[in-house]
Structure formats: structure tokens, C-alpha cells
Design a protein around this ligand. Sequence first.
Ligand SMILES: C[S@@+](CC[C@H](N)C(=O)[O-])C[C@H]1O[C@@H](n2cnc3c(N)ncnc32)[C@H](O)[C@@H]1O
Length: 207
Amino acid sequence: MTETDPRRFAPAAARNRDPILAALRRCLPDAGMVLEVASGSGEHAVHFAAAMPALAFQPSDADPEARASIDAWAAEARLPNIRPAIALDAAVLPWPATAADAVLCINMIHIAPWAACEGLVRGAAALDAMLVLYGPFRRGGAHTAPSNEAFDADLRARDPSWGVRDLEAVAALAAAQGYAAPEVVDMPANNLILVLRRLDAAAAGAR
Ligand SMILES: C[S@@+](CC[C@H](N)C(=O)[O-])C[C@H]1O[C@@H](n2cnc3c(N)ncnc32)[C@H](O)[C@@H]1O
């Protein structure tokens, strides 16, 4: 971001966008609306919208500078299937979005208070949407790699309400809101994708 160019550049997004895209191609519906929560720079939304033209993308973020970046990337990409970014704080319900087939959230729940994760799950459930989460998680009460443990310590030092979340705690939260047990996809650099489908859709074998 500069004074004249609101675009932000997230090096991690450039690294992880293609592995995430490959996973999304397998789990998202063929068509419909994807609400992205905590879009950050907007580079993911633009990349995914370009690669999956049958899906519409609604990016969002709580931070106005992030929304300016998202809209600047989208304007440059000139894609018909990406909407202007909306102001959405995951923790504040009801959300300003009224319809979505899927809610996507990349690298937010560990860099926000637990209330943001609770709001994310409740907000997605209120839309009756599948929920796709990407990031580092603890499994079985333990970190999956020393690098994640160090990252967790760094996050908690920056803000005690932040931290790498327990997969089981997120799954329990989701189960209480009508989601089936997560499909867990191993991702590079010790990250995971959790695919949470509505119980009725999971029973019907939906994608
Ligand atoms: C680490 S960045 C990830 C951005 C992007 N998803 C990515 O992977 O590049 C975390 C983002 O979460 C957003 N955020 C933090 N708390 C939030 C909340 N409660 N609701 C919505 N967005 C939030 C921040 O503004 C920031 O853009």
C-alpha cells in the first residue's frame, strides 16, 4: 500500500493461493455465492474469482484499509464475478450479508479473539452456508509442528486473546450450530483446511 495505491501485498497469500484454490475446486459448489470473511489484501478473492468464473465472490473485512485494497485489486482485475468489499466483523451478528452458499475464511481465527470464531460459525450457520476455514490448528491438544508452536507463542505475546485454535474446539462449536464433523485437508506449511458442511447437506452427500 502507498499513499496513491491502496493495494496491499500479502506474501503468504501469493504462496498459499494455488494450494488453497486446488482444495476449493474440490469442495465448493459448482456455482453460487462465496462470502469471504477477513479477505485482507483481496488477493485471494481476485485469484479465486478469476479461476472459478461460475462462482460469485463477496469479499469482506472489518478493516477499511483492507476493503480499499480488496476493491483496488478487484478494479484492476476487472472480473464480473467479484462484488465490492463489504464491512463485516465476524463477531458482530447479524452480518450485513443475506445470502451465501459458502463462507470462506483464511487465516483469521487465530489472529482474532475466540469471539470472532464463534461469530464466524454462527454467521455462516445463519446463512445455512457451508464453511471453509484455512489456517494452522492444534490437533488432539498438541501443535502439529514446532513452527506452529512458535507462531502460537508469538501471537499470544502480541495479544493474549489470539492463538492457534484447537481443531476439536472449532468442530464442537460447529456441531452445536448444525454442522457435520469437518473434512480435514492437509495443506503445505503445516496448515489445514476444515470443510464444514451443513448436517443435512452432508447426509445427502453434497460436495
Ligand atoms: C492475517 S490477515 C488474513 C487476510 C487474508 N485472509 C489472507 O489470508 O491473506 C487477518 C485479517 O482478518 C481481519 N479480521 C480480524 N478480525 C476480524 C473480524 N472480527 N472480522 C472480520 N475480519 C477480521 C483483519 O482485518 C485482517 O484483514
